[in-house]
Write a protein that binds this ligand. Sequence first.
Ligand code: MN3
Length: 243
Amino acid sequence: MQNKQNRRAFIANTGKAAIATGISLSVLPAMAKSFVGFAPNPFAQQPLPYEYKALEPIIDAMTMEIHYSKHAATYAKNLAEACVAEKVATDHTAIEEVLHNISKYSGKMRNNCGGHYNHELFWQCMGPASGAKPEGKLAAAIDQSFGSFDAFKTQFTDAGKSRFGSGWAWLVINADKKLVIGSTPNQDNPLMDVSDLKGSPILGLDVWEHAYYLKYQNKRPDYINAWWNVVNWRYVEKRFESL
Ligand code: MN3
């Protein structure tokens, strides 16, 4: 445990040092996956893989700070409580297994296990503005599934825009190994047995108002259109290729 903590602290400090010393921010998205790999507990909130201001002007620093340190932190705290109450052994249980069987747990577990998992994925799916596009196998799969990258973006954007109330838009790989776009309400996600949309999520977009209201107010479509500029396609590609 001590080694893991030291390792994690080293990685976190390396990230801060990289920012402080002006090392190209483009290396940071590549480091992001490391936080997941070394996470001592996937049920706990991990360090944000960039500074609150790193996604400006697309996502303003105050929105990032409130989103990460208040909203997402609360999901993690409530998830920890639910795990104790419902006897989930977080040291040797895959969080995906809880999500796959979420109908067997409480509403508190559903809301907060989903909320925690979704946000941890969301932070990794973003990085300092790059305007990049998917490459390699993922780019080919997107072209094959949706016709073109632009057609994919339009369909995904529509999924986010048309989700009534609060929820998430997703790009998932389904059981037939096909790429599918869809959305889920509240903090549900496509890993849950209760979800209409099913599959392994490789890209997720938070369309709750708390994700964009300070800067975009009621204009969710403007937020989604801008968000494409901070998608960390290198991370999404790794996720796609790992499944
Ligand atoms: Mn959120």
